[in-house]
Design a protein around this ligand. Sequence first.
Ligand SMILES: Cc1ncc(COP(=O)(O)O)c(C=O)c1O
Length: 423
Amino acid sequence: MHNRRDFLRNSILAAGALGLRSEALIVPPLPAQDMDEEKYWKLIREQFPLSHQRIFLNNGTIGPSPYPVVSSVYKDMMEVDTEARYAGMEDEARQALAGFLGTDKSEIALTRNCTEGINICCWGLPLREGDEVILSRHEHVGNAGPWLNRAKLTGIKIKAIPFGQTAEQTLDIVKKTVTGKTKVIALPQIPCTIGQILPTREICAFAKEHGIFSFVDGAHPPGMLETDLHQLGCDMYSGCCHKWMLGPKGTGFLYVAKDFRDTVQAFYGGGGVDTGWDLLSDPPLLKGYVDDGHRYYYGTQNASLFQGIVKAVEFHEAIGKGKIEKRVRKLAAYLQENLLKIIPGIEMLTPVEAISRGAQIGFRIKGKEMADLQTHVRKRGIIVRYVPENNINCLRVSTHIYNSFKEIDTFLQATEEFAKGGA
Ligand SMILES: Cc1ncc(COP(=O)(O)O)c(C=O)c1O
């Protein structure tokens, strides 16, 4: 693993090779502990090509990559097409993700996005008509769609729960929803609507005690929260690298715990999945599946994107995962506290309880349409996400390390203007 100095030097070299603006890569000259905090994060901001013409507070939809990621993908694509190289970087990407997520490499499958991993689990699980699956009323289509589709096609039953205002209340709701027919709890660790952190470890432990499969939609947490999937204790976890991980777009991973591998069937066949096949035998046969996460993905992949995943992990580790989590949560807490203080008619949807609050704040304003607030702030160059899902009428604001307190202040000012009826 590169140390911070190597990482920054390599950023410059990579950008230089690409002809990227070198002044955009100002190296923090001192170890972080010797620097003023805001100055440090300002220098980190310079590691991103992200336009200064806008204030981007929508990492919950897509995470803009820093130069080392963008340039490594570009460089690798050039090499692939210059040398007509086939494949590569797959082992490195799986190893990097395993280290980042606290798993074994064999438990990681590479996917194109979070939804793909969810579909693999949803269709790979041994479920029968009438079996119950617990979801929430806050699902993204990526977690709602696969389970609803399986319900439509095979007759499983979906139960959609609300969340409590505290982790304890939410855990209680989950427990009360379970029946003798519950086969899967398939909740997000952080829902896309209001960014509330669910008590996932406790939910998974409860599921295990009751012989229920635990699937976690992890689109948001990796790169935001320090994530250790063995500690979390889930059976399956699907995530993407293109949100808080700041990796290449169209990359994701699926974790299936080693001792759960034979429970989730390999629904798709293809190159990399099996231990042998024969079309000349009578009857033609598929011998079996590899004893590895590779049984869940197949075929030709984009090696350059895998290279970008490795760089994204290195970028996070060079700064420090704990330090990133602290920063993004601090920005969100500042936003929430000030919204509550200055916005008339505010209805805070994200819990104020610190353990339930991550790097996303969802709120609405009494009597106002939040789509209008999205339009209002956009005219000022601020990008956020209006959340219409399940009629929640919420505005979601996401924070990451390229954001500053000054940007949050600009958003607060624009929101105050809107709440008070200004144009
Ligand atoms: C909670 C949640 N789950 C799943 C998804 C789907 O992710 P992907 O686009 O990587 O499939 C998203 C995307 O925003 C999400 O927010």
